[in-house]
Design a protein around this ligand. Structure first.
Ligand code: 3PG
Length: 399
């Protein structure tokens, strides 16, 4: 971004990819962390007099509805929040590359900011390579003489038109958020201070296998929580009742437990519930005592203490994925307890991802108590797996 600003952006178009995929309750944004994280780059561009046209997505759209009809996917709450944070009007186009997008772009003045419609309403965004290429050409045509700035760290692992192909159509630069995120994550893939403790949660062990197998040889301790712990607990021989188990992953989990018996640490107790509901009957039980038909929906207090002990003398911590169904209050204590233990730990801590980051903010913990709160869930995991992230690799191509 420094290079672009040094060239000068006064009255020049900048097409910016941001990650504004924020959690919503109806139309209200429940965590605006990702929007705030984009402000440094946007403010610098606005300060330089650029005409900033932002591309962003919201949710996953299976069958893009005719534009404008699917209100759930509208970025209008985002445009409102961004305008409020920037203290200026942010207009929102009704389409991605159609007449409305052209009109909105043409009406931008120096220092102005506008948003295109949810880029995933345009099927070519996630289409074949040639479809994505064609869409990127049309996106570039919206901003004659313009530059592309990639600042949606949360989407840099996606080979999509507004992330990847567009960087080949315009002079491309990394934004401040992408620069900061990659710098911090490189500290973890390089030579992190030890002990290095990783906490993984979330629902599916199958989603985390690549990162598990990549990290296990390189970390000192790997704490497992979230629904994915039940597949490990089942592999250890526990009867986990009606808890979520991925039957086809049990053997793999058993092999990992045998190979890394000292590194992998599983919960010792859980909050079991009679059903998947905030009104369910609940009990704190040892992992071997989950009542028949009941399901574990959070880690228990003994586990929070155990994980806390491991975190107390860590030097580096990476955490991805909630410990339980934290959106429901009866199952939020495990995630909150682990968040507090990470905050208390003297370690350099990196929080990877949407849900864990939201959980920290929902728990009211001061963000300053963490080394870095990443805006990218999948992106930070893929970075730690050592994968090449298309949205970053494509920027390096040009430099
Ligand atoms: C995220 O929420 O992690 C990013 O915005 C990427 O979203 P996606 O997983 O739908 O591509």
């Amino acid at each position: 971004l420094d290079d672009l600003l040094a060239e000068g952006v006064q009255d020049r178009f900048v097409l910016l990819r941001a990650d504004f995929n924020v959690p919503l309750d109806g139309y209200s944004i429940t965590d605006d962390g990702r929007i705030r994280a984009a402000l440094p780059t946007i403010t610098r561009l606005v300060g330089g007099g650029a005409k900033v046209l932002v591309m962003a997505h919201l949710g996953r759209i299976k069958d893009p509805e005719p534009l404008g009809r699917d209100k759930r996917s509208s970025l209008s709450p985002v445009a409102g929040k961004l305008g409020q944070l920037l203290d200026q009007r942010v207009s929102l186009a009704e389409d991605v590359v159609g007449q409305s997008a052209r009109d909105v772009a043409a009406s931008l003045t120096a220092g102005g900011v506008a948003l295109l419609a949810n880029v995933r309403c345009e099927p070519r965004e996630t289409g074949s390579a040639s479809e994505r290429d064609a869409l990127a050409t049309e996106l570039a045509e919206l901003v004659p003489g313009g530059a592309f700035v990639s600042d949606g760290f949360g989407v840099v692992h996606r080979e999509q038109a507004s992330v990847y192909e567009i960087a080949r159509k315009l002079p491309a630069y990394g934004g401040d958020l992408v620069a900061r995120e990659t710098e911090v994550l490189r500290r973890l893939t390089g030579d992190p201070a030890r002990p290095y403790v990783v906490i993984l949660g979330g629902s599916k062990v199958s989603d985390k296998l690549a990162v598990l197998t990549n990290l296990l040889p390189r970390v000192d301790t790997l704490l497992v929580g979230g629904a994915m712990c039940f597949t490990f607990l089942a592999a250890e021989g526990n009867d986990v009742g009606g808890s979520k188990v991925e039957a086809d992953q049990v053997d793999t989990c058993r092999e990992l437990l045998a190979q890394y018996p000292d590194t992998l640490v599983l919960p010792v107790d859980v909050v079991a519930a009679s059903e998947f509901s905030a009104d369910a009957d609940t009990r704190e039980v040892q992992v071997s005592d989950i009542p028949e038909g009941w399901m574990g929906l959070d880690v228990g207090p003994g586990t929070v203490r155990l994980f806390g002990e491991k975190l107390a003398d860590a030097a580096t911590v990476f955490w991805n994925g909630p410990m339980g169904v934290f959106e429901m209050e009866p199952f939020a204590a495990g995630t909150r307890g682990v968040a507090e233990a990470v905050a208390d730990s003297p370690a350099f801590s990196v929080i990877g991802g949407g849900d864990s980051a939201s959980a920290i903010r929902a728990a009211g913990l001061d963000e300053e108590r963490f080394g870095h709160i990443s805006t990218g869930g999948g992106a930070s995991l893929e970075f730690l797996e050592g994968k090449d992230l298309p949205g970053i690799a494509v920027l390096e191509e040009g430099s």
